[in-house]
Design a protein around this ligand. Structure first.
Ligand code: 4DW
Ligand code: GAR
Length: 225
């Protein structure tokens, strides 16, 4: 098989999206591998998940740095030392500066628990319930200088139920996140993703296989445009 894309995963906590990527990479046919997991928090549960999978980990605690720029620079060095090709933010909660974002331009992606551009920022599920939307979901996108903004790689829609609480909605959206993140990484690793006018276009022009979710059923359908 061709060389696998080397991923650097940045986390701050639970790491369930990291786990989804660990599980995807465990398949020898998956075109990416995790070279390094970095957490800015020493007690992040995701660090245990990485250790269990024998993946190298680093803790880079932002509190040990005099400035954000120095923290970003330490992160950058760790990722380069591990020869990372693609950086995946997976519940990483520190704002990265413009210099870091520029250095990793088109090689830095994030997962966000809403259908962007709706509900940028925090407390997305509370806000979706407050707004009364009937569909929400998740988005994997390239990171740009503006937070929660950048070319969208994949989205999945998830129904909102009348009985939902923020926690029940978050749990349903998380199922979608765990399918979308490996799908986005696969497309990038297979070199199918190009960016034209700051939008993602799949290089071969084919219709992507994308995850589609309903409350009870998780399936994979082919989009028909
Ligand atoms: C995000 C954006 C801002 C903060 C936390 C999370 C969403 C994902 C993300 C992480 N780092 C990023 C992004 C992004 O989309 N774009 C860039 N960097 N450039 C945030 O403001 N966090 C604050 C700290 C929270 C905490 O430590 O609990 C902060 O001051 O950094
Ligand atoms: C996920 O729901 C992810 O979409 C969200 O944090 C959670 C991390 O969970 N990210 C953001 O809100 C970024 N703006 P995890 O640590 O279990 O992957």
């Amino acid at each position: 098989m061709a060389r696998r894309l080397k991923l650097g995963i940045l986390i701050s906590g639970r790491g369930s999206n990291l786990q989804a990527l660990i599980d995807a990479c465990a398949d020898p046919g998956f075109p990416a591998e995790i070279a390094l997991v970095v957490s800015n928090k020493a007690d992040a549960k995701g660090l245990e998940r990485a250790a269990t999978a024998s993946i190298p980990t680093r803790v880079i605690d932002h509190r040990g740095f005099a400035s954000r720029t120095e923290f970003d620079s330490a992160l950058n060095d760790a990722l380069n030392d591990a020869a990372v090709d693609l950086v995946c933010l997976a519940g990483f909660m520190r704002l990265l500066g413009a210099e870091f974002v520029r250095a990793w331009h088109d090689r830095l992606i994030n997962i966000h628990p809403s259908l962007l551009p709706a509900f940028r920022g925090l407390h997305t599920h509370e806000r979706a319930l407050e707004a009364g939307v009937k569909l929400t979901g998740c988005t994997v996108h390239f990171v740009r200088a503006d937070v929660d903004n950048g070319p969208i790689i994949v989205q999945a829609a998830v129904p909102v139920l009348d009985t939902d609480t923020p926690d029940s909605l978050a749990a349903r959206v998380l199922v979608a996140e765990h399918a979308c993140y490996p799908a986005a990484v696969r497309w990038i690793a297979e070199d199918r993703v190009s960016i034209v006018d700051d939008r993602v276009v799949l290089r071969d022009g084919s219709t992507p296989e994308a995850p589609v979710f309903s409350p009870c059923v998780t399936t994979t359908r082919r989009y028909t445009p």
